[in-house]
Design a protein around this ligand. Structure first.
Ligand code: NAI
Length: 329
């Protein structure tokens, strides 16, 4: 007998990432090849967006995915999130010409307050939420704060793309395979201030840092390159990362639900106060996932250089938090 379908809500479903994401969810890449799904798709009420969403749904129909048990289109988050067990919050307002970062923060804050409240009201009580839409960490923080009846730990922000980007850079530099690199993570905000940290990483039991043995590369190439990778993609493609972002979202939810097999992965999660990160701040940390839960990797030593990187990205998140504090009162 087949399992009951899982309800997966996706916002911004007619966007670039949505287009790269939905087909993979429906094919079973996110929740498993034996797990039926129902897609509950949210777009803005605008006619063009709703039409585009219909087109995407027609294409999903045309794939005849055996695991896709149903799908619905919505413009109201309270309908899209009804009984959702997984919610991928991808849609957000991009930065327009002349728009300041602060304006962007405010506009998106309103979206994520509304969506947080809707999740609070109608989603499954154990809904797992991943915020992809930027500024992802602060949007996740806002949604979490707007959903007081749901467990705070169920709100997460996507740093997996940064994690994956860094893994490939490390593999290329060391000449080792991506699959053999373990115990790597990215700390902080999904922004150029993030801190990719390979001090603890190993390859077949050997220290990756010792293998690479190039601190100049770490400081002057690796860390800035991972931080600015999003901008480099925009420059090359004329559009922001979409397939790799969708891939990272799949990785994030798959590992959270099905486990990371003892491997460290990076998730933006509400801080428990450890590592000097104030409680509640949505901060990228190394976690291991098991039985549908993530668990922070604890007790890692933070040296002075790492502290400085971690504080820089933290300060940016604190500023973002303060920038939306009024709206959350
Ligand atoms: P896009 O502009 O192609 O699509 C976004 C879609 O969201 C649009 O169809 C839009 O109509 C919809 N939307 C906007 N506001 C909405 C709302 N309130 N409710 C429902 N839908 C809404 O953008 P793309 O390329 O798909 O990127 C989506 C977001 O993901 C952007 O904020 C982008 O910056 C972010 N992103 C995050 C990454 C990460 O690593 N965390 C990586 C790459 C992108």
């Amino acid at each position: 007998m087949s399992k009951p379908a899982v309800r997966v809500a996706v916002t911004g479903a007619a966007g670039q990432i949505g287009y790269a994401l939905l087909f993979r969810i429906a094919s079973g890449e996110m929740l498993g090849k034996d797990q039926p799904v129902i897609l509950q798709l949210l777009e803005i009420p605008d006619e063009k967006a709703q039409n585009a969403l219909k087109g995407v749904m027609m294409e999903l129909d045309d794939c005849a995915f055996p695991l896709l048990e149903g799908m619905t289109a919505h413009s109201d988050p309270k309908e899209a999130f009804k009984d959702a067990q997984i919610a991928l919050l991808v849609g957000s307002r991009p930065r327009g010409p002349g728009m300041e970062r602060a304006d962007l923060l405010q506009i998106n804050a309103k979206i994520f307050i509304e969506q947080g409240k809707a999740l609070n009201e109608v989603a499954d009580r154990n809904v797992k939420v991943l915020v992809v839409g930027n500024p992802a960490n602060t949007n996740a923080y806002i949604a979490m704060k707007s959903a007081p009846d749901l467990p705070a730990k169920n709100f997460t922000a996507m740093l997996r793309l940064d994690h994956n980007r860094a893994l490939t850079q490390l593999a290329q530099k060391s000449g080792k395979a991506v699959k053999d690199i373990r115990d790597f993570a990215v700390w902080g905000n999904h922004s150029p201030t993030m801190y990719p940290d390979y001090r603890f990483a190993t390859v077949n039991g050997e220290s990756l840092k010792d293998l690479i043995n190039d601190e100049e590369w770490n400081k002057n190439e690796f860390i800035p390159k991972v931080g600015k990778r999003g901008a480099a993609i925009i420059e090359a493609r004329g559009l922001s990362s979409a397939a790799s972002a969708a891939n990272a979202a799949i990785d994030h939810i798959r590992d959270w639900v099905l486990g990371s097999n003892g491997q460290w992965v990076t998730m933006g999660v509400p801080s428990d106060g450890s590592y000097g990160i104030p409680e509640g701040i949505m901060y990228g940390v190394p976690v291991i996932c098991e039985n549908g839960e993530y668990k922070r990797v604890e007790g890692l030593e933070i040296d002075e250089t790492s502290r400085a990187y971690m504080d820089k990205t933290l300060n940016e998140l604190l500023e973002e938090r303060d920038g939306v504090a009024d709206l959350l009162k």
